[in-house]
Design a protein around this ligand. Structure first.
Ligand SMILES: [Fe+2]
Length: 276
């Protein structure tokens, strides 16, 4: 069985034409995002050539139903329609505020969460970490989905990669000024211990991938690896020159993962993590 290359992108927060200068979004230079998306597409098509792209949620900043549908459709047009490999999506907390989950699936031509896809012998499990949403930022996984996850983690011997918008493990975040301190407790799945136990006790769990933190993280435990993808959108320390972060991951069937963190501005690899 071959290795597989996946590119992760998340927290794109495309919502042009709004004034966000007076709130948490003051570090999101929305006018730069269309160009970052265009450069991201060129990099994956011409340079990285991944087997899959996984978009890990928060495609937009929520405004209203019309704007959010239009911006979600723009993500599909500018990424899914322009890359040369399949793209799969999970929903983030901002995506679902004004648009129903079935409508998001329709706009993205994506299955409704939760769903499974088998690619090159790897099982990709996508679940909904907004089931329900908590305080507009956090989320949990319902009993029904826990049962579904338990089944999908045990019904075959395929190596398994699992994805959701919210992280499932502790990740250092409280000193990241992009995250207000009162939302730090909402930065991982509320019942993450229960979900992690299901994954780690399942057959051939390789890793879990998420977004939401607006920072990257790579946590290795004896039972599995937990990745957090950094945002495409956020700038630091001023509201210009967003670096356009994203991750490239090479995965081996026995569990080795080699992750590179990329920036677009400037164009370079800014970090490399391997779990063995
Ligand atoms: Fe989020």
């Amino acid at each position: 069985m071959d290795t597989i290359k996946i590119v992760f992108v998340s927290d794109i927060h495309l919502s042009p034409g709004q004034d966000w200068s007076d709130c948490i979004w003051k570090y999101t230079p929305n006018e730069e995002i269309p160009n970052l998306i265009e450069r991201f597409v060129s990099i994956v098509n011409d340079e990285l050539k991944p087997d899959l792209i996984i978009e890990l949620g928060d495609r937009i900043i929520d405004v209203d139903n019309n704007s959010d549908c239009k911006n979600t459709a723009a993500i599909f047009e500018e990424i899914d329609n322009k890359v040369k490999c399949p793209v799969f999506h999970v929903d983030g907390n901002h995506d679902v505020v004004h648009v129903g989950k079935p409508e998001l699936a329709r706009l993205l031509e994506n299955p409704e969460l939760p769903y499974v896809r088998i690619y090159n012998g790897y099982k990709c499990i996508f679940f909904d970490s907004l089931d329900p949403m908590i305080d507009g930022v956090g989320g949990a996984v319902s009993e029904k989905q826990l049962e579904w996850l338990r089944h999908e983690m045990n019904c075959d011997d395929l190596p398994k990669m699992v994805f959701s918008h919210h992280p499932l493990n502790y990740h250092e975040i409280h000193r990241n000024f992009l995250i207000p301190s009162d939302t730090v407790p909402l930065m991982k799945v509320a019942n993450c211990n229960e979900v992690r136990k299901i994954l780690e006790e399942g057959k051939r769990f390789l890793f879990h991938g998420s977004g939401h933190l607006h920072w990257w993280s790579f946590r290795v435990t004896p039972k599995g690896t937990y990745l957090v993808n950094p945002p495409l959108s956020a700038a630091h320390p001023e509201r210009i020159n967003a670096p356009g972060w994203f991750m490239e991951a090479d995965i081996w069937p026995k569990g080795k993962i080699d992750v590179k963190i990329h920036s677009i501005v400037p164009r370079r690899v800014v970090g490399n993590f391997v779990n063995c």
